[in-house]
Design a protein around this ligand. Structure first.
Ligand SMILES: [Zn+2]
Length: 290
């Protein structure tokens, strides 16, 4: 009897008995805050984040640390890969998208949280239970953000002429809603990277349906991103620069004209919606594969 109780207690500890885990959570919050402060300061110094983006990423990093070290390391792996793929031949990509994205700016807090916010909230919910619904949703949300970044960056570089996912008509490189075959493969790669990293960090066999569900879910999320980006996302025109933008007032200080989509449906709203879609699709795929 005593033996059974001991085993049950050990199991509840391992599975994250909330009350007994508080001291460890506080410890992780402290160490995570130090690590997140250092990493986000570095990212800001190299122009990846602006001041608000640094705070957003810091908050997300502390939340992921509280959730558990595998979650924090998964966030770092995603961020490092996304930064790397964004920086890779940035000058050539800027040339390709001239007129749609005139400059690559440091990421702001809304941009950071649109991509990583849902992941952090769900990871805290999941705690050590990565195979739970919350855990699957968390990894799926991050896989969608990763897939979208990879598709955009690699697709712009090597994809050639994009077509609108909604109308299949040719569109300008860098324009939301445009897709290419290279970008589609890159989306799969971005989702696969998160799926394999999650499996490795959480010590789950990479052959488990878990991994396939995340790849499918992340890819579905990035497809939703392209579709919303090409249909309902706001688009404005600067007559002075003859360029598409989301800003009401262009960096050239010219007032822009609203031409497409809903005014409030910014790229950040699209990205946040894509992570929700990625989370939901991952749960759905996991149910089907079980
Ligand atoms: Zn302008």
């Amino acid at each position: 009897m005593g033996e059974t109780l001991k085993v049950a207690h050990a199991r509840s500890l391992r599975d994250g008995d909330a009350a007994s885990d508080y001291p460890r959570m506080a410890e992780r919050a402290l160490i995570g805050a130090v690590a997140a402060a250092l990493l986000t300061a570095l990212a800001r110094r190299y122009g990846t984040l602006d001041e608000s983006g640094q705070w957003g990423a810091f908050a997300c990093g502390v939340a992921a640390s509280i959730a558990g070290w595998p979650w924090a390391l998964l966030l770092v792996a995603y961020f490092a890969a996304a930064t790397g793929v964004t920086r890779f031949r940035a000058d050539k990509k800027a040339e390709q998208t001239l007129g749609t994205n005139p400059q690559v700016a440091p990421r702001t807090a809304p941009q950071v949280l649109a991509n990583g916010g849902l992941f952090c909230v769900l990871a805290v919910q999941a705690g050590p239970n990565v195979a739970s619904v919350w855990g699957l949703a968390a990894v799926g949300a991050l896989a969608a953000a990763s897939a979208d970044t990879w598709a955009t960056e690699i697709g712009t570089l090597w994809g050639g002429q994009p077509r609108s996912i909604a109308t299949w008509r040719p569109t300008l490189p860098g324009m939301s809603g445009g897709v290419t075959w290279v970008g589609t493969l890159a989306a799969l790669a971005g989702a696969t990277l998160v799926a394999l990293a999650a499996a490795w960090l959480h010590q789950i066999e990479p052959t488990q349906p878990f991994v396939i569900a995340i790849i499918v879910g992340g890819f579905a999320g990035s497809t939703v991103d392209s579709f919303l980006g090409g249909t309902v996302q706001t688009r404005r025109w600067c007559e002075h620069c003859r360029a598409w933008t989301e800003r009401r007032v262009h960096p050239c200080s010219y007032r822009t004209v609203h031409t497409h989509g809903y005014r409030w449906f910014s790229n950040d709203v699209v990205n946040a919606a894509a992570t929700v879609a990625g989370a939901a699709a991952t749960i759905g795929a996991a149910r089907l594969l079980r």
